[in-house]
Design a protein around this ligand. Structure first.
Ligand SMILES: NS(=O)(=O)c1ccc2c(c1)[C@H]1CCC[C@H]1[C@@H](c1ccccc1Cl)N2
Ligand SMILES: [Zn+2]
Length: 261
């Protein structure tokens, strides 16, 4: 079987195009957001994030990131308005981070990387019956990206970082009730938006990206908990899960719109 994709020397982002030629496509993510090139669009409505009644199901380590899954049997947890034509239902959230605080985010702003980036993944449940169907459909997904930098302790993140010991190894999964990602949102919902892709294989070009301008802050201790996670399972040599981010990809003529001026 082919070498599983990852973030190492011989299976990392520069090799992905071999098994996933779309890696060199025309709307790949992430990108570097050049703020002076972002066009303020007064027709962009404020983003509406309705996470009040959100049901968390599980937390798991898929060998690429740590993923929190939500119950998406109905549209009780959705985002709408903003750049979206219909409501998109929250399915999961996960993170990308570095081995040091100087890098780790996927999107960059004027060349600046953040220590980490949270992705809140939503799917078009109006047009598609299941997440899996939406995950491969052209207008199937909308992902909110939130930059994370180190600073004060983030009270909303403790429940998550305290659960990481249960999912240290690749393939480990645990029941994870009562977490609401609403607590991870910054004060401002000002955002940039552009048409892009999944940032890991299969790199499908079916994502409406909504990147919030305001980063959230987490403590060095909380950041360190991410770096205790492993890419490897119990039987393999220990590989710390760090630097699980794809670098910025060519814009190829795409326009980045700003919801603010
Ligand atoms: N860093 S990200 O947010 O751009 C990203 C990257 C890859 C994947 C995901 C999210 C998740 C969420 C959408 C699809 C799902 C997964 C996938 C792809 C195809 C089919 C099934 C599944 Cl579960 N792959
Ligand atoms: Zn992601």
């Amino acid at each position: 079987t082919g070498l599983q994709w990852g973030y190492g020397e011989d299976n990392g982002p520069s090799e992905w195009h071999i098994d996933f030629p779309i890696a060199q496509g025309s709307r790949q993510s992430p990108i570097n957001i050049v703020t002076s090139d972002a066009v303020y669009d007064p027709d962009l409505l404020p983003l509406s994030i309705c996470y009040d009644s959100c049901t968390t199901l599980s937390i798991f380590n898929d060998g690429h990131s740590v993923i929190v899954e939500f119950d998406d049997v109905d549209s009780k947890t959705v985002i709408q308005s903003g750049p979206l034509q219909v409501p998109y239902r929250l399915k999961q959230c996960h993170f990308h981070w570095g081995g040091k605080n100087t890098h780790g985010s996927e999107h960059t702003v004027n060349g600046k990387s953040y220590a980490s980036e949270l992705h809140l993944v939503h799917w078009n449940a109006v047009k598609y019956k299941t997440f899996a169907e939406a995950a491969v459909a052209p207008d199937g997904l909308a992902v909110i990206g939130i930059f994370i930098e180190t600073g004060d302790d983030h009270p909303g993140l403790h429940q998550l970082t305290d659960a990481f010991y249960m999912v240290k190894f690749k393939g480990s999964k645990a029941v994870f009730p009562g977490f609401n990602p609403k607590s991870l949102l910054p004060k401002s919902l000002h955002y940039w938006t552009y048409p892009g892709s999944l940032t890991t294989p299969p790199l499908y070009e079916n994502v409406i990206w909504i990147v919030l301008k305001e980063p959230i802050k987490i403590s060095q201790k909380q950041m360190h908990r991410f770096r205790l996670l492993l890419f490897s399972n119990e039987d393999e040599d220990r590989l710390p899960m760090i630097d699980n981010f794809r670098p910025p990809q060519p814009l190829k003529g795409r326009k980045v719109r700003a919801s603010f001026c």
